[in-house]
Design a protein around this ligand. Structure first.
Ligand code: F6P
Length: 229
């Protein structure tokens, strides 16, 4: 069974200042998370491969029993690709910087970028409340439909831009790690766990938490791994 791993980037310097959007680098703590994530996913990849080989060897043994000690010369199954997708923003790219490119196919995709907050980019929520009180109130009363001024996006806009990636995720059979942002993470998790649209903007998806989705015939199994240094 293939797995979809998904997380937000490591803590950024903007996160430490409470500023939204922007394109800042990782903080010291964010870099520590990135280092641990790199090792953790490599461990998961190796474990997956080990299980795949165990299953193959078990099947060979069964075959031998069934066919009067004759066994075929079927080669070991090749290891599956492991993809790593990030957004085009520094904080996600830096989070996967140390992944070995011989083992992981890393791609940076604009569709995975965080919601664009237009005129409110790089402001704190408190600054937005003070400088644009009407905007602040409008967002609070309808976060799903609210679109940031100055060519900004709404949750619905992000849902539409992320949709083709979700379709691709459902179609493919590779294992994958997606390193993205709060809004995109909410949208992907909501899709696979059947959360209603209205609830998406309010889902709790903290930093340094890795989710593992395992699509099954009857639905998707979800497992959460929390990193706490
Ligand atoms: O603060 C981090 C962040 O990813 C911002 O860049 C983004 O605007 C915000 O979270 C989205 O969360 P919410 O929709 O709850 O404001």
């Amino acid at each position: 069974d293939r797995r979809i791993w998904i997380t937000r980037h490591g803590e950024s310097t903007d996160n430490t200042l409470g500023r939204i959007g922007g394109d800042s680098s990782l903080s010291e703590r964010g870099r520590k998370f990135a280092a641990c994530l790199t090792k953790f996913i490599k461990m998961q990849k190796d474990l997956f491969r080990q299980k795949q080989l165990e299953k193959y060897r078990e099947e060979l043994k069964e075959e031998k029993k069934r066919y009067l000690n004759f066994s075929s010369s079927e080669p070991e199954p090749p290891e599956r690709n492991f993809l790593v997708w990030t957004s085009m923003l520094k904080r996600t790219i830096e989070t996967v910087e140390k992944f070995d490119s011989k083992e992981f196919d890393v791609m940076h995709i604009r569709f995975l970028n965080e919601i664009y907050a237009g005129a409110c980019e790089e402001m704190t929520y408190q600054q937005i409340e003070e400088e644009y009180p009407e905007e602040y109130a409008a967002r609070k009363s309808n976060k799903l439909y609210y679109r940031y001024p100055g060519m900004g996006e709404s949750y619905l806009d992000v849902i539409h831009r992320v949709n083709p990636l979700i379709i691709e995720l459902e179609r493919m059979t590779d294992n994958i790690l997606i390193v993205t942002h709060r809004v995109v993470l909410r949208i992907v998790l909501a899709y696979f766990s059947d959360v209603e649209k209205e609830k998406v903007p309010h889902m709790d998806v903290p930093l340094h938490t890795v989710y593992c989705l395992q699509p099954k015939a009857y639905g998707t199994e979800l497992l959460k791994w929390v990193w706490d240094e």
